[in-house]
Design a protein around this ligand. Structure first.
Ligand SMILES: Nc1ncnc2c1ncn2[C@@H]1O[C@H](COP(=O)(O)OP(=O)(O)OP(=O)(O)O)[C@@H](O)[C@H]1O
Ligand SMILES: [Mg+2]
Length: 297
């Protein structure tokens, strides 16, 4: 009986080992994956501080880009615009216009064939990828929340931040009150993909990460799904606290955002079709005026 029991237990252990081996193989595969976009060998260091103080924050010059899976269609078509330092710029356009693509290229998730993009007057290709991405923080349309505590989720913005810094960032992002009200405060588990949070709360966690990172440029992709009026106000308050004096490029779906922007860029089918302030664009009575009537007004 003793021997039979032990053999039974052994076969169970064997099954566990097999499962672990399978999972490890998959993990190792992920960890060894090589990104297709690499640093140029001759550029091992970031542009000097003096260099990174010059010129416009962002400049797109005749950029054309097609997604590798759709080589025939241009997602961006000779796109030219610039964002000066400290400006608050809004991107507006119908669905599929190429707004999120602009962010993907800025963060160098893809390389493009034609045209130039420069960040602080240095071409993207000449930035080491890590320091390039250190210049920007992104608040995505659908923020990613990890199956971890609120504290760890915010600290993802800057891994070396202390608890006090995380809490300060949460306060500026108007996230402190709802986090404190969770059963274990900052130690509360947020659930797989943040299922225990509302859409507005997930966004404020993501804004807190951006504040903690404190980069020169902020990229915001506003959620298309409407937040309830109160969450929207909280998110707006958080942004009003951090955006003034900082360079930001926001994909706008809300009236409050376009009204506060210094400049609005209107994209359609990958092209820049109009630009100006909310009032001047409304007066032009073109695509923006039509979108504004549908979306904001
Ligand atoms: N990964 C991808 N592979 C292939 N095509 C893509 C990919 N991502 C986007 N596209 C295509 O590129 C075009 C621009 O998409 P993009 O996501 O930039 O639009 P958007 O302006 O952000 O729209 P929305 O307001 O709906 O978010 C669309 O025609 C889209 O179908
Ligand atoms: Mg988008």
């Amino acid at each position: 009986m003793l021997v039979a029991g032990s053999i039974g237990a052994l076969s169970e252990v064997w099954g566990d080992l097999q499962r672990a081996a399978g999972a490890t193989e998959r993990l190792v595969e992920l960890m060894q994956a090589q990104p297709q976009i690499k640093d140029l060998p001759q550029r091992a260091s970031a542009p000097s501080v003096a260099d990174s103080q010059r010129g416009d924050a962002i400049r797109f010059d005749q950029v054309c880009f097609s997604y590798p899976s759709r080589p025939g269609t241009l997602a961006l078509d000779h796109l030219t615009f610039s964002v000066s330092r400290g400006a608050r710029v809004a991107l507006v356009g119908p669905s599929g216009a190429g707004k999120t693509t602009v962010f993907a290229l800025l963060l160098r998730f893809y390389d493009f064939a034609h045209g130039d993009i420069a960040l602080f007057s240095t071409a993207l290709r000449d930035w080491p990828i890590t320091s390039l991405r250190e210049q920007m923080a992104i608040v995505p349309q659908e923020p990613v929340i990890f199956a971890a505590s609120a504290m760890e989720n915010i600290r993802y913005g800057r891994l070396k931040a202390s608890d006090a810094e995380v809490i300060a960032a949460a306060k500026s992002a108007h996230a402190h009150d709802f986090i404190s009200a969770l059963p274990d405060g900052y130690a509360s588990f947020l659930g797989e993909r943040g299922v225990r949070l509302s859409g507005g709360q997930r966004q404020r966690i993501s804004i807190a990460r951006a504040i903690l990172k404190n980069p020169p440029i902020l990229l915001l992709d506003e959620a298309t799904s409407s937040l309830d009026a109160e969450s929207e106000q909280e998110v707006q308050r958080a942004l009003d606290e951090i955006l003034p004096g900082r360079t930001s490029l926001t994909i706008a779906h809300r009236l409050s955002t376009v009204q506060r922007a210094d400049q609005i860029l209107v994209l359609d089918q990958g092209r820049l079709v109009e630009q100006g302030s909310h009032e001047s664009l409304l007066a032009q009575n073109g695509l923006y005026a039509r979108l504004a009537k549908l979306q904001f007004l």
